[in-house]
Design a binder for this molecule. Structure first.
Ligand SMILES: N[C@@H](CCC[C@H](N)C(=O)O)C(=O)O
Length: 300
């Protein structure tokens, strides 16, 4: 088995993604390789989306998702759009079905280049999110940070979009909160036995909200797709928004947008862009890499 595989540095609204082609191999990207790649400024990433041969009939690929701290994640919305764009560029196909730890995901690239992913159904049961304590109503749980009589963040909506999310509702721009301070405390709170992705959401109308996320296993990222899905679902679930909302991702370049629809059949559809940056080859065991030569621009 050759030591190196091809990969692409991509992003989804600024969420830094490495799409790694592991097809035809039985090994996986190691946590050590992930940590080494994350430490290099050139390949620094939030998630690796490793494309493996399908394990299930009817699917195009198995996607192994690795956070930059080397841990595995069940779902990654922005990364899934990057995988679709990479495979569409390779094959010319527009429709794909993937298997992930979160289940089977269908995805489509549209004529305008945007990509929709059916992220599956949200899960609200406390023990499946999972929480360590029983909560009958997970649309508003008891959890707060800051002074007891004047909490800074409190009463989040919690759910699983394949991965665990807590959405804290705030009354102003999420960028004005010290999420870098509160994020790690909340991600690692005892209430979340598998940790959680922490999002601040400011509802600006029945059809729009502004979000910012501290990601489990990755920290502050410029965007998080599964968090946008969770914020959209939780907004509708708590009566704050309609079931179709634009999520303005405050931390992303130019405050980019994801469109989230929680359909009547309970499936959550996320639509947004993906962007290729450059390609190369890497060793999935050690994380050493080499960037491809860019084609020279011809002077006229
Ligand atoms: N950036 C992702 C979410 C990645 C996974 C997350 N950090 C976790 O461990 O659950 C997205 O776009 O959804």
């Amino acid at each position: 088995m050759s030591a190196v595989v091809e990969f692409a540095k991509m992003n989804g609204l600024g969420n830094k993604i490495l799409v790694v082609d592991m097809r035809g191999r039985t090994d996986r990207v190691t946590p050590e390789a992930a940590i080494a790649l994350a430490a290099d400024p050139a390949t620094n990433f939030d998630q690796i989306m490793a494309i493996h041969d399908p394990k299930l009939a009817g699917t195009d690929a198995y996607i192994d998702i690795v956070n930059c701290d080397g841990t595995r994640a069940q779902a990654c919305g922005n990364g899934t759009r990057c995988v679709v764009q990479a495979l569409s560029a390779e094959t010319g196909r527009k429709l794909f079905t993937f298997q992930t730890l979160a289940g089977i995901l269908n995805a489509e690239e549209h004529a305008d280049g945007t990509i929709s992913v059916d992220m599956g159904k949200p899960v609200f049961e406390w023990d499946k999110i999972p929480l360590s304590e029983e909560f009958f109503d997970t649309s508003r749980i008891e959890l707060q940070i800051g002074p007891i009589d004047q909490p800074i963040l409190h009463s989040p909506s919690v759910m699983s979009m394949g991965n665990p999310h807590a959405i804290f509702w705030v009354d102003r721009d999420p960028m004005s909160f010290e999420l870098e301070r509160f994020g790690p405390l909340l991600e690692n709170h005892l209430l979340f036995p598998e940790k959680a992705n922490i999002t601040l959401a400011h509802v600006t109308s029945r059809n729009e909200m502004v979000t910012r996320t501290w990601e489990r296993g990755a920290g502050l990222t410029l965007a998080c797709g599964s968090a946008a899905c969770s914020a959209g679902v939780s907004g509708a679930r708590t009566g704050r928004t309609e079931r179709k909302v634009d999520i303005i991702v405050a931390s992303s370049p130019n405050r980019g947008k994801l469109s989230i629809e929680w359909r009547q059949d309970d499936h959550v559809i996320m639509t947004g862009p993906a962007e290729w940056e450059w390609s190369g080859r890497l060793d999935p065991l050690s994380g050493t890499f080499e960037r491809d030569q860019e084609p020279e621009v011809q002077a006229k």
